[in-house]
Design a protein around this ligand. Structure first.
Ligand code: P1T
Length: 510
């Protein structure tokens, strides 16, 4: 017991020492966006506009005033430009980073990567970014355009799994000469950049008078850094953190294994507590989910003209819940972390939203087949292989059947994923030579894919929407008593067209 008390005490004093932000060296920029000429693009980071919201607060019946801090207008497209640049400047000052020599390696959900790649492009560093597969291809393309090298890791890997983006980055940093991990999860320049920048700007815009600030939490540098400064200057202000279901940041105690899950919104939530999180300065947490977050992000775009990303929707949704307690004349600021650009093929697309059940299926009254349920007889059979098949045997089966895909099933015959040659190739390339034919299948399986369940009577319209964003749709049937998802087969555009044309023939009496 006394040991426990002592270790708690040690942890608390370490956190206090880390968050001694007031006493650290500061870089506070002049609060002016109208400088005529900037020395380089990095100088344009920060000083983002604060914009009053009109339609959403009114539609939600809120009494208070709501303002959006438009971090998506940073040059790299996100709030993370601030910390990336700050960590680089600090490491250069300490002599840890040397232009032309050092190699920046960082695990990230992408935006810190873009910020670092931007700094690396301007300053002349090689930059290697390690990010989970969940993160959008748009982020990857931006990173590649900035000259970064990319390594992708399995989304499901826990933070301490050797295959997670964090562990792979640390392994690489040991293997590559002159590699440096700036480590956004623990680097104090992360909260410090927000203490000196983001929070100063919010306070300046609000004349030091604000009642609530709402921010999503990932590394939690934004929420912790902003909170520290705002608590000093405007102690009445409530700090609200938005944390997705599936993450442990809001409730690290009494966790069940099922509390850690994969969700769509990028950049927020973790399965560990980063050093850059100070829970003592966060007054309230709001748990968020994909559907309402992404719907809200689309409303911010459509109703307010703010071209932001998915986590902006999470923060705004959390703000709408929390701000119900505010009265007329009180002020709530919500921070919008990143840009629409990162998600052009994801939640911005109606088809993507409908295929993932985040939006009701579009109606097509002129198509007689649109509302018809999928029937088993139009489904192409697919071969299933047991999950303990070796990679080489699975590849041999793929080749033999000449099928685009195999379903992988567990001992009970329930589908656990898909195997495609394309995904194996991508993983082999990403694992940089660590793949071997005797490997188990697990790391080559696609676990998230488009599927319909005959038990739920999916419509052909839904299949068609899915085929807009995927080459095929897997068909399964869930057994009500065992909950096993038996794979039935797949549907392609061809299968759908064959059905539609034969249906027409029937209707014409042929
Ligand atoms: O890391 P934090 O300051 O808590 O910001 C959270 C956040 C919110 N929204 C988006 C879109 C983000 O990308 C992030 C954080 N991003 C990273 C941790 C990253 O590596 O890009």
């Amino acid at each position: 017991m006394s040991n426990h008390v002592e270790s708690n005490h040690t942890v608390e004093s370490a956190v206090k020492k880390y968050f001694n932000l007031k006493e650290m060296p500061h870089i506070v920029r002049t609060l002016d966006r109208n400088q005529k000429i900037h020395s380089d693009i990095l100088n344009v980071i920060g000083n983002t506009p604060l914009v009053k919201l009109s339609k959403i607060p009114k539609d939600e019946g809120l009494k208070c005033e709501m303002y959006a801090k438009c971090e998506f207008l940073n040059p790299g497209g996100s709030v993370k430009d601030r910390i990336a640049y700050r960590m680089v400047l600090d490491a250069e000052q300490r002599g840890v980073l040397q232009p032309g020599k050092s190699v920046i390696v960082e695990p990230t959900s992408g935006n810190t990567g873009i910020g670092l790649a931007l700094a690396a492009a301007v300053k002349g560093y090689r930059c290697i970014i390690v990010l989970p597969e969940k993160m959008s291809d748009e982020k990857v393309n931006t990173l590649v355009a900035l000259g970064a090298e990319i390594i992708r890791t399995p989304t499901e890997a826990a933070w301490d799994d050797p295959e997670s983006n964090i562990m792979v980055a640390h392994r690489l940093s040991k293997e590559i000469p002159d590699a440096v991990i700036l480590d956004q999860y623990n680097n104090v320049c992360n909260p410090l950049a927000h203490y000196d920048g983001t929070a100063e700007e919010i306070l300046w815009s609000m004349d030091d008078d604000v009642d609530m600030v709402v921010m999503g939490a990932g590394t939690s540098g934004t929420v912790s850094g902003v909170a520290h400064k705002i608590k000093e200057r405007c102690p009445k202000c409530q700090i609200v953190g938005a944390d997705p279901y599936g993450s442990i940041l809001a409730q690290p105690e009494n966790l069940n294994e099922s509390d850690v899950q994969v969700y769509e919104v990028e950049g927020i939530g973790y399965d560990f507590l980063p050093g850059a999180l100070d829970r003592t300065v966060i007054d309230k947490w709001v748990k968020t989910e994909d559907k309402t977050s992404l719907e809200m992000a689309r409303r911010l775009i459509k109703d307010e003209g703010l071209l932001c990303g998915g986590s902006s929707g999470s923060a705004m949704w959390a703000a709408v819940q929390a701000a119900r307690s505010l009265k007329e004349g009180q002020k709530c600021v919500v921070l919008l972390p990143d840009n629409i650009r990162n998600y052009m093929t994801k939640f911005i697309s109606d088809q993507w939203m409908e295929a993932r059940h985040f939006k009701p299926l579009v109606k097509k009254d002129n198509l007689s087949w649109w509302e018809k349920p999928v029937s088993e007889d139009i489904v192409q059979p697919v071969k299933s292989i047991p999950h303990d098949t070796s990679l080489s045997d699975a590849l041999a089966t793929l080749k033999e059947t000449r099928a685009p895909v195999l379903t992988v099933v567990n001992d009970k015959g329930s589908a656990v994923g898909l195997l495609t040659a394309d995904n194996v190739r991508k993983r082999v390339v990403n694992l940089s030579g660590c793949a071997s034919a005797s490997d188990g299948l697990d790391k080559y399986i696609i676990k998230k894919y488009y599927k319909v369940d005959l038990a739920h009577q999916p419509t052909l319209g839904l299949v068609s929407r899915m085929l807009d964003v995927a080459p095929y749709v897997i068909v399964v049937k869930t057994d009500a008593s065992t909950n096993n998802q038996r794979p039935i087969g797949l549907l392609t555009s061809e299968d759908l067209l064959v059905y539609v044309s034969t249906e027409k023939k029937h209707m014409n009496g042929n």
